[in-house]
Design a protein around this ligand. Structure first.
Ligand SMILES: Cc1cc2nc3c(=O)[nH]c(=O)nc-3n(C[C@H](O)[C@H](O)[C@H](O)COP(=O)(O)OP(=O)(O)OC[C@H]3O[C@@H](n4cnc5c(N)ncnc54)[C@H](O)[C@@H]3O)c2cc1C
Length: 420
């Protein structure tokens, strides 16, 4: 069946970063498209709610300025990025220890030499690892033998103490997986990104990233509040039976939904997270740093004060506190708040009583699992059958970078196929 004259060349199902990146590349190459998005806005997993003057990202996440694809497609100046401190604050047995990047913060890194986070040899190995990854290209990282992150760290001689107190909470916070089963390739990629650039937040919240991509697309090219029920190479069927025709269809949804729409796609395992926001009239960390739970007790994995990184995240005089928990607890928000507050009090004292609980986000599918050997093929095929394509973070290195790359790869595949 050939497409009618008014039909777009391509229908893209999903207006997350991958769908938007695909659209942008098609647009730059003169191919018309229509994005069909189920929700009320673009951005998918990267959205920000504005509530009473606060910016609430739907789950804690950061843009790594070193992401090559983000550098290629985003205008960082317009995003007005604000950087986290290059290091982390570890909470271990009622004490806090700062671990700084030895290259960017040598003085503070020197002080950290004398903290009980691993041995002197661990700290030296950390520097060696950092420098190796800094020199290595991303391609060569993804060509190194793949194993679990735990195996890789043990093989490099890191002690169980530094693995438990630093690497475990750090990797949990990024990959949202328990244990250290995440692919060593993915770990090295993430570690390289932390060392080569800044973890940062746009002044208008993480949602400013997809907004920037969408603002460059033609008017009316995104149709919101419209769920796609089924797809075939040239036909997309919408919720109420409407059918759209095109020369090609791209499924740019999150992995589990892509599996529903394209039977036969390898199942995607979800990693979930819960983000609790609190509001206080002071900054409990006193600096734009990411705090990690280094002793593994309690529910909280990591915590930060986004308004200390980018003041626009909270009205003047208030601080926004973001608390991340691994997975989706069964308890309702009120019940969950009890152990979380009690752990917060053990970190920050009785003043936590003055914190106001603000909003909780439960994100069932935050990331596809990247447990070893998920990255044995870092770039999965985007062509399903002639005229049917798939993109999204589950086809690439699961991250903002990977979602953007997969969108471009898909557009390139379409252009190649249209040309032939
Ligand atoms: C809490 C959290 C923390 C994260 N932390 C980081 C981080 O620090 N750094 C990093 O790089 N990455 C991070 N990520 C991952 C990153 O956000 C994702 O990898 C990326 O946004 C995925 O984009 P995507 O376009 O592939 O998918 P999505 O963003 O999921 O987009 C899919 C879109 O498809 C739409 N859709 C689904 N089904 C249908 C349908 N049937 N019809 C029409 N539309 C449909 C959805 O509504 C959605 O808009 C985090 C993610 C979360 C949730």
């Amino acid at each position: 069946m050939s497409a009618l004259r008014s039909d777009p060349d391509v229908v893209i199902v999903g207006g997350g970063l991958a769908g938007l990146a695909c659209a942008r590349h098609l647009q730059q190459n003169g191919i018309s498209f229509q994005i069909i998005e189920a929700s009320d806005g673009v951005g998918g997993r990267v959205r920000t709610d504005r509530v009473s003057g606060f910016l609430l990202d739907r789950g804690f996440q950061v843009l790594q300025t070193a992401y090559p694809e983000a550098q290629r497609v985003l205008d960082y100046t317009k995003l007005d990025l604000h950087a986290f401190f290059p290091g982390v604050l570890l909470r271990i047995d009622d004490h806090s220890y700062r671990v700084a990047d030895p290259v960017r913060k040598p003085l503070e890194a020197f002080e950290a030499l004398f903290t009980p986070i691993g041995t002197m040899r661990d700290k030296f190995r950390l520097l060696v690892l950092r420098q190796r990854l800094h020199r290595q290209s991303i391609d060569s990282i993804f060509k190194r033998e793949e194993r679990t992150a735990l195996d890789a760290l043990q093989k490099q001689g890191f002690s169980p103490t530094i693995v438990a107190t630093l690497f475990r909470p750090f990797l949990r916070g990024i990959f949202l997986e328990r244990g250290l089963k995440v692919s060593s390739r993915m770990f090295e990629f993430a570690f390289k990104m932390f060392c080569d650039g800044n973890a940062s937040l746009p002044a208008n919240g993480m949602g400013a990233i997809p907004d920037q991509l969408a603002s460059a697309l033609p008017p009316d090219s995104v149709r919101l509040n419209t769920k796609v029920m089924s797809v075939s190479p040239t036909i997309v069927t919408l919720e109420y039976g409407e059918r759209l025709k095109a020369r090609a269809v791209v499924v740019a949804t999150e992995g589990p939904e892509a599996c529903r729409l394209i039977p036969g796609l390898k199942p995607v395992v979800s990693c979930g997270t819960t983000c609790m926001y609190f509001v206080a009239d002071y900054d409990p960390l006193g600096s734009p740093i990411l705090a990690l739970n280094g002793d593994g007790s309690g529910l909280i994995n990591n915590l930060c004060v986004p308004s200390s990184v980018a003041p626009t995240y909270a009205p003047a005089g208030s601080s926004l506190i973001s608390v991340s928990i691994l997975g989706i607890p069964k308890e309702d928000n009120k019940t969950l708040e009890v152990p979380v507050r009690s752990q917060l009090k053990s970190w920050f004292g009785q003043k936590v009583d003055s914190w106001r609980s603000f909003r909780t986000y439960r994100i069932h599918h935050a990331l596809p699992s990247q447990a070893f050997p998920a990255l044995s093929q870092p770039q999965k095929p985007v062509r399903m059958q002639p005229g049917l394509y798939v993109c999204g973070d589950h086809r690439d290195i699961a991250s903002i970078h990977g979602a953007l790359v997969s969108g471009r790869r898909t557009a390139e595949a379409i252009l190649e196929d249209f040309a032939s």
